[in-house]
Design a protein around this ligand. Structure first.
Ligand code: SF4
Length: 161
């Protein structure tokens, strides 16, 4: 830690000292604690959602609803076995690069909000009845249709900054 000159003005005049190492670390910690405590006194408590909006609205990111949060474990059940990609070759070939298979959609594009527009376009290449059938053959019963609904709704709500 670089040396730091500390100056003060008191009843007996002015003074200064150079702090290094542990004393400097303690001073910085104490100063940070004091700032946090003062901020708490003068700022009302914000909910986590308010903090989320303050931090991410400018980036256009959207918050999850409580029921969407509850669905996340179901959306994350993929074990990357590749079974759902069997029979997808013709859809992949005719998609002009928009769709590269269901496993990639479940493991990657549907897990990152900025990718949801691309994921929405990819899902459009797979009919709902195929998604339903793929859920039945998936060993972990990944709910493809629910993931599609989630991705499409968030893509529509997400505004590019
Ligand atoms: S079949 Fe299910 S577990 Fe296997 S890759 Fe597809 S989504 Fe993942």
């Amino acid at each position: 830690m670089a040396p730091h000159r500390v100056q003060w003005v008191g009843g007996s005049g002015k003074g200064s000292a150079v702090l290094t190492g542990r004393p400097l670390a303690l001073l910085i910690l104490a100063w940070s604690l004091l700032k946090v405590l003062v901020r708490r006194v003068f700022r009302r408590d914000e909910s986590g959602l308010e903090v989320f909006h303050r931090n991410y609205d400018a980036e256009g990111l959207v918050a999850l609803a409580p029921e969407e949060r509850e669905s996340m474990p179901d959306f994350s059940r993929c074990i990357a076995c590749g079974r759902c990609d069997h029979g997808e070759a013709s859809r992949i070939a005719s998609s002009s690069g928009e769709y590269v298979g269901l496993m990639q959609l479940v493991l990657a594009s549907s897990r990152n909000i900025p990718d949801f527009h691309a994921a929405k376009r990819a899902f459009a290449h797979v009919p709902d009845e195929v998604l339903e059938q793929k859920s039945r053959i998936c060993p972990t019963r990944v709910p493809f249709q629910a993931i599609k609904r989630f991705v499409v709704s968030k893509a529509l709500a997400w505004k590019h900054p």
